[in-house]
Ligand binder design. Structure first.
Ligand code: SAH
Length: 455
């Protein structure tokens, strides 16, 4: 029998919004058939129009709000929702923090794990916090423009105030855009795969105010490069590094293989918890400095170090956690897959006169196996993996070396819960409430710290 959805495309319906998905979409049900609707909140009544009908669920767009949630923020700029820059901007900040706490709680509950999740630690001023931007450059009606892609598309929406970025970064993007316009630099064309400039990247040190401008190009050469570099430096005195990354591919990946320094240093410096860090163009560095200090302080406090322990920091990036932990530990080992990040980590150890750290380039899962084979016995393992969470082979080797504690910094609650179940099979239990820290206000991303201890 062919399935028939209880709704029809392009028809309007009056619905009650009953839930909010982890992607920030409101949920309504018509005869048990779920519809997902942007810019709607639980408790609201809405007139909606169905735009897509799938087998088991559909999408609709908001035509008119009939009743409003007390948690709604009015007068928002819809471009931040359309582009996905700030998918939660229509939800009051306190409610955003609760939404994130509940999301983790629900996943633990569903997986029948008895775990408490604390209220999310938020920011006092939850906008304009990002220390890094990577902005697409495209041509619209023959004019070079910067902005952000509309969600699920490559239509550029022109934007100057990005709402969640450091305003100095926003200003720098406009300055660079105008210089590129002045010298008639061709924006990348994704259909024809020609043009020169694909993206502008900007990083700015929160404490140092050092700025890096990265020009991501489709070509090896940038016409008029010397004068462009000179004008950028003249217009933006904070700039201490101008880099070019060459991305020859036809695909959507941001960075290509080769990076060259056009002017100044190959990295900028910033500080975290009083330590200095060198940050290269392609190294990972937490984007919300104020919240990162809270996050790391918590992770370190939860590791309960007294200077006698051996610690592994897996997925260590440029060594931020490793170096912050080093003064509380006997020895710290860091592993990270990006070679440049490990080079930064080694420079960072020197810069801070820290000599009880060892950094290795490699995949955390393979390196953990090597450390296990070498008989390394860490007291604590700290992990801060990307969204896909820990490889199961990593968990196997980590459990074999039997640390007393595993401190898990997670940016994805669903892989955190999955990994928690695997760790439980090895006798590692969550011994303290999970602490969410809001690293990404106005967005749906959820960061948290969890402590596992061997029974
Ligand atoms: N702890 C660091 C970095 C966390 S982000 C900080 O807070 O700044 C996660 C890091 O894991 C990134 O630097 C990424 O390059 C790295 N990574 C991704 N997959 C990896 C793997 N399989 N093994 C080791 N590192 C990996």
């Amino acid at each position: 029998m062919k399935f028939k959805a209880p709704v029809t495309k392009n028809e309007e319906y009056e619905v009650d919004i009953i839930d909010l998905t982890y992607q920030g979409l409101g949920v309504a049900k018509i005869e048990d058939y779920p519809l997902f609707i942007e810019d709607t909140l639980p408790g609201e009544k809405a007139l909606i129009k169905v735009i897509k009908v799938n087998q088991n669920f559909g999408f609709a767009k908001l035509e008119k709000l009939l009743t409003k949630s007390p948690d709604r923020v009015e007068n928002i700029d819809k471009n931040y929702t359309r582009t996905g820059i700030a998918p939660l901007q229509h939800l009051k900040y306190d409610a955003q923090l609760e939404f994130k706490q509940h999301q983790i709680q629900e996943l633990f509950d569903k997986s029948k794990m008895d775990v408490e999740v604390l209220p999310t630690i938020g920011m006092d001023n939850p906008t304009h916090y990002r220390n890094k931007a990577q902005i697409p450059v495209r041509s619209i009606n023959g004019k070079l423009q910067t902005g952000f892609f509309r969600k699920h598309s490559h239509d550029l929406v022109t934007i100057e105030d990005f709402y969640i970025q450091d305003p100095e970064i926003d200003k720098a993007i406009v300055v660079v855009r105008d210089i590129l316009r002045k010298y008639h630099i061709e924006p990348y064309n994704e259909t024809k795969h020609n043009g020169v400039i694909r993206n502008i990247m900007v990083r700015r040190g929160h404490y140092t105010n050092e700025m890096m401008i990265g020009l991501i190009t489709r070509t090896k050469k940038i016409p008029m490069v010397d004068i462009i570099v000179r004008e950028i430096k003249e217009a933006l005195p904070e700039v201490t590094s101008i880099m070019q990354n060459i991305n020859l591919s036809d695909g959507n990946g941001l960075l290509g293989k080769s990076t060259v320094c056009l002017d100044g240093k190959k990295y900028i410096e910033d500080k975290l918890l009083g330590l200095k860090f060198a940050i290269s163009l392609n190294s990972f560095y937490q984007v919300n400095p104020e919240q990162t200090e809270k996050l790391y302080s918590l992770a370190i406090e939860k590791a309960q170090l007294d200077g006698t322990q051996t610690v592994i920091d897996a997925y260590c990036g440029i060594g931020t956690i490793s170096l912050a932990v080093a003064e509380h530990a006997k020895k710290v080992y860091g592993v990270e897959i990006v070679k440049e990040a490990i080079e930064d980590a080694k420079i960072n150890a020197q810069k801070n006169h820290i000599n009880n750290t060892t950094f290795v380039t490699g995949s955390a899962e393979e390196q953990m196996e090597k450390w296990q084979a070498q008989g390394l016995k860490p007291d604590v393992i700290m992990v801060d993996p990307p969204r896909k969470g820990l490889a199961s082979s990593f968990i196997d080797s980590a459990a074999q070396v039997a640390p007393k504690k595993i401190v898990y910094v997670s940016c994805n609650p669903s892989t955190l819960v999955r990994d928690a179940r695997r760790l439980a099979e090895y006798g590692y239990e969550i011994t303290q409430p999970v602490q969410p820290v809001d690293q990404f206000p106005q967005t749906v991303h959820v960061e948290s710290v969890t402590v596992f201890e061997k029974k």
